[in-house]
Design a protein around this ligand. Structure first.
Ligand SMILES: O=C(O)C1=C[C@@H](OP(=O)(O)O)[C@@H](O)[C@H](O)C1
Ligand SMILES: C=C(OP(=O)(O)O)C(=O)O
Length: 449
């Protein structure tokens, strides 16, 4: 099935931003590893947090969903004999953290995922875990998922990880390190990308009582063997999800209000707010009403702009969509890590936007896709079929880009919003966006929204 999405003349209203996926996933992890009961308030319920919950249940945690919060009875220091196959589906974070944690279990665990996950880069993590004494091996393709971790313990010591493939390797080792027999040190080589995610991990660990230190340049970490402590946490808004609503608001003059806004965020993707301000959009945050108000004047999105996305990788597709309407240019650099995401996101956005008539050029550094420059226009004809490349973030970004085109476009991959933003259609419907599910041959098959 494809989703036909009609363009709109305006975009305004009040929309609820989903809670943060990375914060919810981290809180589920610390709650699982702690002794006692943890409550995660305002948690995000979506496929990828469900995948994390199921993985943690396999580790012995009891996780129950209540209205507005999750309750987790953790496993504490008693790591169970589980002999499970843990399914991480398409989630890089689940696969990487669970594989690392499995090193400390007293029995073997198989960790697997879907076809996309089994193609993603895992080697640096597996090598680092082996350096720390883990006995982990790939079952099908060398150094890829699925793996079996024989659970013969994490001894500790020093491991090395690259900083320019995925911060999730560092996050995974950091979560497992307190369970090692002796202190763990991580030395990161090369430039460290996605530092905001590492900072979120460090904050979760520190709040849970873990003794962890990081050097100011984020290249060196030390974790002492320590016990996770249960605590109540509140999950704040997700700025990657917010970026789709904010970008849509920036494409049309008028006022948009976002709710579920706390405003204090460690997320690198909060950068979407200053970026939009720089593009001429007025954004105010009101912590008392927990809202963000976007006032977009008719003359915004004009000029030549440059953004480095080294610390906000997940808004790269959103920026490409937005850039399609910047009259002047938007140059995005520092996005090389996104080639290792669910899809090679810069290639995906460039190919699909080009199909829609957008002037977008991929930028390479040393032969590696690093960014793009897009020279926008007021509108485009539309009427094209755009592929999500199997990636929820590509679908959501292309969906936004289509809103200001002349005629409806068709999109694949619309079901994948359930991975991170299950209420995506419902929110956009509030702005009057009409969507229809159509068969691949374009035969109408029922109204979706
Ligand atoms: O730790 C996390 O929750 C994440 C880390 C980042 O991974 P990369 O460092 O691979 O970009 C980010 O892109 C991903 O969506 C979520
Ligand atoms: C976090 C994401 O993916 P992964 O954990 O698979 O890298 C994402 O695309 O939102």
């Amino acid at each position: 099935m494809l989703l036909k999405v009609d363009p709109v003349d305006s975009f305004s209203g009040t929309f609820r931003v989903p809670s943060s996926k990375p914060e919810t996933q981290r809180a589920i992890l610390t709650g699982t590893l702690a002794e006692g009961t943890t409550r995660v308030h305002n948690d995000l319920r979506c496929d990828e947090t469900e995948t994390m919950k199921n993985a943690c249940r396999a580790f012995g945690a009891t996780i129950t969903e209540h209205d507005g919060y999750l309750e987790i009875r953790g496993i504490g220091g008693t790591l169970p004999h589980i002999r499970h196959v843990v399914q991480s589906r398409g989630s890089g974070l689940v696969f990487r953290v669970v594989t690392a944690l499995a090193s400390a279990l007293p029995s073997p665990v198989v960790v697997t995922g879907d076809a996309t996950l089994c193609n993603r880069v895992m080697e640096p993590l597996l090598v680092a875990l082996r350096e720390l004494g883990a006995d982990v091996e790939s079952i099908v393709s060398e150094n890829k998922a699925p793996v079996v971790n024989w659970g013969r313990g994490l001894k500790g010591g020093t491991c090395r990880l690259p900083g320019d493939i995925s911060s999730q390797f560092i996050t995974a080792v950091l979560f497992a390190a307190p369970l090692a027999e002796s202190p763990v040190e991580i030395e990161v080589t090369g430039e460290v990308y996605s530092q905001s995610y590492i900072r979120q991990t460090l904050a979760s660990l520190t709040d849970a009582g873990i003794k962890v230190t990081a050097s100011p340049d984020m290249r060196h970490y030390r974790v002492e063997p320590s016990a996770y402590q249960a605590l109540d946490v509140t999950t704040h808004e997700d700025y990657t999800s917010a970026s789709y609503l904010l970008a849509a608001a920036a494409l049309f003059p008028g006022r948009t209000v976002l709710t579920n806004i706390y405003g204090d965020s460690m997320q690198g993707e909060f950068a979407i707010v200053p970026i939009l301000r720089q593009l001429g959009v007025d954004i105010t945050l009101d912590r008392t009403t927990m809202t963000m108000t976007v006032d977009n004047p008719p003359d915004s999105l004009r000029g030549d702009f440059e953004v480095n996305v080294q610390d906000c990788p997940n808004i790269v597709p959103t920026l490409a969509a937005l850039g399609a309407y910047v009259q002047g240019s938007l140059r995005v650099t520092g996005g090389r890590l996104t080639r290792f995401h669910k899809a090679s996101r810069i290639d995906a956005m460039a190919a699909e936007l080009t199909r829609a008539g957008v002037d977008i050029e991929v930028l390479y550094i040393d032969g590696v896709v690093d960014g793009f420059v897009v020279r926008g226009a007021a509108t485009y004809p539309g009427g094209v079929t755009l592929s999500s490349w199997g990636d929820h973030r590509i679908f959501m970004s292309l969906f936004v880009a289509g809103l200001r085109m002349q005629t409806a476009n068709r999109f694949s991959g619309f079901e994948d919003v359930r991975l991170s933003f299950p209420s995506f259609m419902e929110e956009f419907r509030k702005a009057g966006v009409r969507t229809t599910a159509v068969a691949e041959e374009n035969a109408p098959a029922g109204v979706v929204g």
